[in-house]
Design a protein around this ligand. Structure first.
Ligand code: KG4
Ligand code: ZN
Length: 331
């Protein structure tokens, strides 16, 4: 079974071809990071235009690389939401047109269900039940996966997502977008205990997160240095901030493990590329962790192809695939 995956929910244009359950025939990505970084964040209108420019050439390149024609595909899987409306429209409408032109069935995929599949690409032994920590620029949540298609949201952030917190913290520190990789780079030579930032909601008995207070605490600390006229210890601030975010995520992963008794944890989304978080997850005694390779932590089309194929084989038909920026239903 050959599945074409298409991902355009935010600022990455991804196209992939999957053979069978997990054989990656081709995986292409056109990142817009450089285009958006000069604005300090993703500009939705600009992102949509870039998808429009990039998507069809990427589809052509992917099929050429695999040596197949569009009509030989068995399924097209496209991200239908959540995400930026303009970006989703480009992906969904292109996929609909290709589906009609080639006579290939189409299925819409929830982007978050895609993230659930990202660690599975590299790990044959990750099977439900497991807990999935999704940590990206738009989401911070823990999902209980009892089976594919059987998902329960255990809890999520009350305000900013973890990646958003990294991006906002980076802006406060005058670092470039996206903030996560920059903060991680500078944290390497900083002291993670130089500043004890508060870890909001750490000790509650609910799976819930809050990162906006952390960002404000960082802002006050920076202002204090500015008012004193002293040099800002950027590396120590980065290391301490990263330490607090990691602590917040780990405390709730451990709580979810305790509440459910499920001792298998996977992670996905841009923040799961963070070395400190990966180290904390991998070395935890309470559970075993499965992490995607770093290039599959961020948005990609292979996870969409895998999730779409799995959903199709579970009996979900494509129906009318429409873009939905605030899609909630995971299955
Ligand atoms: O999953 P993703 O590519 O896109 C969304 O769906 O949001 O995640 C992007 C987010 C950004 O906020 C970025 O700062 C963060 O992931 N990120 C990181 C790292 N790499 C990307 N955060 C911390 N450490 C990293 N190494
Ligand atoms: Zn994502």
């Amino acid at each position: 079974m050959l599945t074409l995956g298409i991902e355009t929910s935010c600022d990455d244009t991804g196209v992939s071809v999957l053979r069978g359950e997990r054989e990656v025939l081709c995986e292409l990505l056109s990142s817009q990071i450089k285009d958006h970084s000069r604005f300090g964040g993703v500009i939705p209108e600009f992102a949509a235009r870039k998808h429009l420019e990039n998507l069809l050439p990427l589809v052509d390149a992917a099929l050429n690389e695999c040596g197949i024609k569009g009509s030989q595909l068995d399924l097209i899987a496209v991200t239908k939401g959540p995400g930026l409306m303009g970006s989703l429209i480009v992906g969904v409408m292109t996929a609909r047109a290709l589906s009609q032109a080639w006579g290939v069935p189409l299925i819409g995929v929830n982007h978050l269900e895609g993230h659930l599949f990202a660690p599975i690409v590299d790990a044959e032994d990750l099977e439900p039940p497991f807990l999935s920590l999704i940590v990206s620029g738009g989401h911070t949540e823990i999902i209980r996966v009892d089976g594919f298609g059987r998902y329960e949201l255990l809890g999520q952030t009350r305000d900013d997502a973890a990646g958003e917190a990294y991006d906002k913290a980076a802006r406060i520190l005058g670092l470039k977008y996206p903030g996560g990789p920059e903060i991680e780079r500078l944290a390497k030579t900083g002291n993670p205990h130089a500043f004890e930032f508060p870890v909001p909601l750490k000790n509650t008995d609910k799976v819930e997160f809050s990162f906006s207070g952390l960002k404000t605490a960082l802002l006050w600390q920076v202002r204090k240095f500015e008012n004193d006229g002293s040099e800002i210890p950027v590396n120590d601030l980065c290391a301490s901030f990263q330490n607090a975010v990691t602590d917040a995520l780990m405390s709730k992963v451990k709580l979810a493990v305790k509440m459910t008794g499920i001792r298998r944890v996977s992670a996905s989304g841009g923040v799961s590329a963070n070395g400190a978080l990966r180290e904390a997850l991998s070395s935890a005694k309470e559970f075993r962790a499965w992490l995607p390779s770093k290039n599959r932590c961020t948005d990609n089309a292979i996870m969409i192809a895998m999730a779409g194929r799995n959903s199709w084989l579970r009996g979900n038909t494509g129906g009318d695939v429409l873009p939905n920026p605030s899609l909630h239903d995971l299955s």
